[in-house]
Design a protein around this ligand. Structure first.
Ligand code: GLU
Length: 428
């Protein structure tokens, strides 16, 4: 993933005729923190990689996963730089991660790990320096533990006097927090909601196109991943009239040809521990409504819209020829490999790249940070309206750029727009 992120930056920068020094600055991260820290007797390895801050403080999530590696975190930090620029945010890009399978930890072990990680990164994060957030396997509860520990450390080490203003500002160091400690309404749903806004913006453009022959009613959708991103995407797409026929989680996928109900499916998943076996139409789940398929075969279903919303590299050389969807919305980070991207684009599949499709999350992170920095609290409607305006504006600048190319390549357009914005802010 790192290689392909760097290759596309290199290619874009060459297309834009940028000098070698500028290209190097765009590829090499500013700072790499590799951390070894103890929790009791166990030593963990973690990272915080600060890729670029030309547009503002480093911004990006923290993931807990056994596959975390220097390479992966650096790739994700690089993509955050591009994503924040695509979204028009005053942020650069960073990413953090710890090599751990959090599913094997008890709640108190998870908390101890989160606190120890924050202690390890506390000197180089802050509201105007580097602003972490949730990512794979981290959530508002973990952000609450982290921000609390961070504030305790700052107060102790810098002998800070806490008033409401300093508290709000310190809280702005983390986004994706619970509402009662400065989180924003709408943040939990934001990534999924933003993805649906972008999908609708694309379909609106395609309606007037003679090249893309899509029927625009009852478009079928398959969503891989039923965590925060996949679930809200499914729910909001369903509310907008899309027919979600298949969803999956790490234990398997369900296919309900007549269209499933995302909320009932979520309730069923909560009860059973997995979506497998949840064939839910309306408020009823019944064995006759559907069947269980593998998560891999979900990707190969003959749907209009395919939404990989779990992990990276799931659409790759080994399955790209079996993909039948006409549109792919990259709601996970890096779910389509470079080779598969090129192959599918040539076949006429439209791929909405991650840096645009899933930027709703970091966009509402920015709105949360903004509220904290200004001591404000906005209604959910206000947040959602602002999100819509910002996502539409991001989409329009990418679309406008893409219209100048011979073939529709939204990823190339996104990288060009982002890199132009970053380079404009580089000190000459
Ligand atoms: N982890 C999310 C992402 O990859 C959100 C990052 C953020 O809100 O800072 O976009």
């Amino acid at each position: 993933m790192l290689e392909s992120a760097q290759a596309i930056i290199l290619k874009t920068a060459k297309n834009l005729d940028l000098p070698k020094e500028t290209i190097d600055r765009l590829i090499q991260p500013n700072v790499i923190h590799e951390l070894n820290f103890s929790v009791g007797k166990k030593i963990y390895k973690g990272f915080r990689i600060q890729h670029n801050n030309n547009l503002g403080p480093y911004k990006g999530g923290i993931r807990f996963h056994p596959n975390v590696s220097h390479e992966e975190v650096q790739a994700l930090a690089t993509l955050m730089t591009i994503k924040c620029a695509v979204a028009g945010l005053p942020y650069g890009g960073g990413k953090g991660g710890v090599i751990v399978n959090p599913k094997t930890l008890s709640e108190s072990e998870l908390k101890d790990l989160s606190l120890a990680y924050v202690r390890a990164i506390s000197n180089f994060i802050g509201p105007e320096l580097d602003v972490p957030a949730p990512d794979v396997n981290t959530n508002p509860k973990i952000m609450a533990w982290m921000v609390d520990e961070f504030i305790k450390l700052k107060v102790k080490n810098e002998k800070l006097k806490i008033n409401e203003k300093t508290l709000n500002k310190l809280r702005a160091t983390f986004t994706g927090k619970p509402i009662n400690i400065g989180g924003s309404l709408g943040r939990t749903e934001a990534t999924g909601r933003g993805g649906v806004f972008i999908l609708k913006a694309l379909l609106n453009k395609l309606k007037n196109s003679k090249v893309y022959n899509l029927k625009f009613n009852n478009l079928t959708v398959a969503v891989q991943g039923y965590g925060n991103v996949g679930y809200y995407f499914s729910k909001l797409a369903h509310n907008e009239g899309f027919k979600v026929i298949s969803v999956s989680d790490s234990k398997g996928a369900v296919l309900v040809k007549e269209g499933l109900d995302p909320d009932t499916t979520m309730n069923c998943k909560k009860e059973k521990g997995s979506v497998a076996g949840c064939y839910c139409k309306g408020s009823v789940c019944d064995i006759r409504f559907g069947r269980t398929i593998s998560s891999e075969s979900l990707l190969e279903l003959p749907v209009d819209i395919l939404v990989p919303a779990a992990l990276e590299n799931v659409i790759n050389e080994s399955n790209m020829k079996k993909i039948k969807a006409k549109i792919i919305v990259e709601m996970a980070n890096g779910p389509v490999t470079e080779k598969a991207y090129r192959y599918l684009t040539k076949q006429g599949v439209i791929i909405i790249p991650d840096v645009l499709a899933n930027s709703g999350g970091v966009t509402v992170s920015y709105l949360e940070w903004y509220q904290n920095m200004h001591g404000e609290r906005w209604s959910e409607d206000k947040v959602n309206n602002k999100l819509k305006i910002m996502m539409d504006s991001a989409f329009n600048s990418i679309w406008e750029k893409a219209s100048k190319f011979k073939a529709l390549d939204l990823k190339r357009a996104a990288f060009e727009v982002a890199i132009e914005r970053i380079v404009n802010k580089m000190v000459k």
